[in-house]
Design a binder for this molecule. Structure first.
Ligand code: G16
Length: 543
């Protein structure tokens, strides 16, 4: 098959953010937009010749078309084999696992994660490397550089490949293997958790609702929870992946998974509620009457992980992203193991996991995972919770309350200000940076500032330094406010304000976290001059 070199010119702004390149779908559909980025990625990894790749996505609109383009370009770039999920479907953690299992050179994952899908919504491409994890900053920088100098892309003229049936087909010299997207992922889960104990839990009448939000986890959750673990039919709702996620926002948090939240707060609540996002790497856990914040969930999973077969020997260490609450640090301290604070973005956990320094990682943005793959993993978190519930034979609420009684409670909330004018968002961040050196000792909203800095990360494994990772302000008495600009938005700037207040074991109990966070919030508004710079202090989303 002849390889075609199609001429192209650079397209501005193809800079991968926190998690790959994310843009409006129509932008991705413009001529050569996707092609330029894929070719730049091949160029940045030293070409495709001889390589083996994994390709799949979350099923959103344009997923199948993008995969066809990538397959032809892979053949054009000399790739020898591509393993694709049947129907073009692969959850992000399943893709990460397939890369590792097949010792592939990397993979393309098509997803804009929790962002809505559809022709007028969002699309995205991520490249994961040999370890199965998101491309590190050095590689995304290289890809971005390559997008600026690109002159053409390589492809082969061919008709579309049938991705509906599993099996092997040839595209010129390149082999394409279409695999069941669930099978090997499920097999991996069976090695990590006590499926017999979880099966017994369900057999004993334990009830659950898993909301797949019409996104990629539907087939995974149905196969594992209902078919393998015996949860009653109907446990998984919204289980059919749809190109527009049923017009929903596949983001598992109390705002976007409101029907699940409402159920869990009602008299009809099952024992546990859980949800996952567009590409299956995020999770939400809700007990009857109790929402578990992602930061608490990480801490609780870490404290109880030894109850699951894969972690019975203990954890090497725990890592969390900087804006995630300190709850997991307290667990690490008690266990006498290392704890690490990294910038936002799963890619920063990769080196720590590869070096065996940590076993469990998590982020406030609803991501938790372990060394079983190199991505956060929504269903993994749900299964670990189920394993813990099966062993402890207590309710979610009992486990959470017990955790707070042992370690104290980290009240936590995130305020998102979306579609802020980019210059205003930058002005707020610059203003904060300029004030950092004089903040310590000042009092705002009755709170005295103890520390103020901008987070910079020195990777303990490869020595790389990542600067400007968010402004953090610590207050006397255990409060903290963090300001950072999102790296996953597709319109204007999204400003995130993360609020945290520690109350030690036996400390004052607030039923509404916002009450506990009131002073930290007011101090954060005052210090950042938020009303004056961005013209609002009411967030679009509070989680
Ligand atoms: C991505 C990264 C996460 C990160 C999140 C933060 O999530 O994979 O590690 O926590 O972005 O997003 P932002 O920069 O908007 O705060 P996902 O699920 O979108 O891939």
């Amino acid at each position: 098959m002849t390889i075609e070199l199609i001429q192209t010119t650079p397209i501005e702004g193809q800079m991968p953010g926190t998690s790959g390149l994310r843009k409006k779908t129509r932008v991705f559909m413009e001529p050569t937009y996707l092609e330029n980025f894929i070719q730049a990625t091949f160029d940045a990894i030293g070409g495709g010749a001889g390589k083996r790749l994994i390709v799949g996505g979350d099923g959103r609109f344009f997923n199948r078309d993008a995969i066809q383009t990538i397959l032809k370009m892979a053949a054009g770039n000399g790739v020898v084999e591509v393993i694709v999920g049947q129907g073009g479907i692969l959850s992000t953690p399943a893709a990460s696992h397939l890369i590792r299992l097949n010792k592939a050179d990397g993979g393309f994952i098509l997803s804009a994660s929790h962002n809505p899908g559809g022709i007028d919504e969002d699309f995205g491409v991520k490249f994961n490397g040999q370890n199965g994890g998101p491309a590190p900053e050095q590689l995304t920088a290289k890809i971005f550089e390559a997008t600026k100098t690109i002159t053409g892309f390589k492809t082969v003229p061919a008709s579309d490949i049938d991705l509906n049936a599993t099996g092997t087909v040839q595209l010129g010299e390149m082999k394409i293997t279409v695999v069941d997207p669930v099978e090997s992922y499920q097999a991996l889960m069976e090695t990590l958790f006590d499926f017999a104990a979880i099966r017994a839990l369900f057999a004993g009448g334990f009830t659950m609702r898993f909301d797949a939000m019409h996104a990629v986890t539907g087939p995974y959750a149905t196969a594992i929870l209902e078919n393998a673990l015996g949860a009653p039919d109907g446990t998984v709702v919204n289980g059919k992946p749809l190109e527009d996620f049923g017009k929903g926002h596949p983001d598992p948090n109390p705002i976007w998974a409101k029907p699940l939240m409402d159920l869990m707060m009602s008299d009809a609540a099952p024992d546990i509620g859980a949800a996952s996002d567009g590409d299956g790497d995020r999770n939400m856990i809700v007990g009857r009457g109790v929402y578990v914040t992602p930061s608490d969930s990480l801490a609780i999973l870490a404290a109880n992980a030894h109850l699951a077969p894969a972690y019975k020997g203990g954890l090497a260490g725990i890592a969390r992203s900087m804006p995630t609450s300190a709850a997991s640090d307290r667990v690490a301290e008690k266990l006498g193991i290392g704890s690490y604070e990294t910038p936002t973005g799963w890619k920063f956990f990769g080196n720590l996991l590869d070096a065996g320094k940590v076993t469990i990682c998590g982020e406030e943005s609803a991501g938790t995972g372990s060394n079983h793959v190199r991505e956060k993993d929504g269903l993994w978190a749900v299964l670990l919770w189920l394993n813990i519930l099966a062993v402890r034979k207590q309710s979610v609420a009992q486990i959470v309350t017990d955790h707070w009684q042992t370690y104290g409670r980290d009240y936590y909330s995130r305020f998102d200000f979306e579609d802020v004018a980019i210059n205003q968002a930058n002005e707020l961040m610059q203003g904060l940076r300029a004030s950092l050196s004089s903040l310590a000792g000042q009092t705002h909203a009755g709170l005295s500032v103890a520390t103020a800095d901008e987070f910079s990360y020195d990777d303990p494994v490869d020595g790389s330094v990542s600067k400007n990772q968010g402004v953090r302000i610590g207050f006397e008495g255990g409060g903290r406010a963090v300001f950072r600009l999102s790296g996953t938005g597709t319109q204007g700037a999204t400003l995130r304000l993360y609020l945290e207040q520690y109350s030690g074991a036996g400390g004052e109990i607030h039923t509404d976290p916002q009450t506990a966070l009131q002073n930290v919030r007011d101090a954060a508004f005052a210090i950042s001059k938020m009303q004056a710079t961005i013209g609002r202090t009411t967030p679009d989303v509070i989680t």
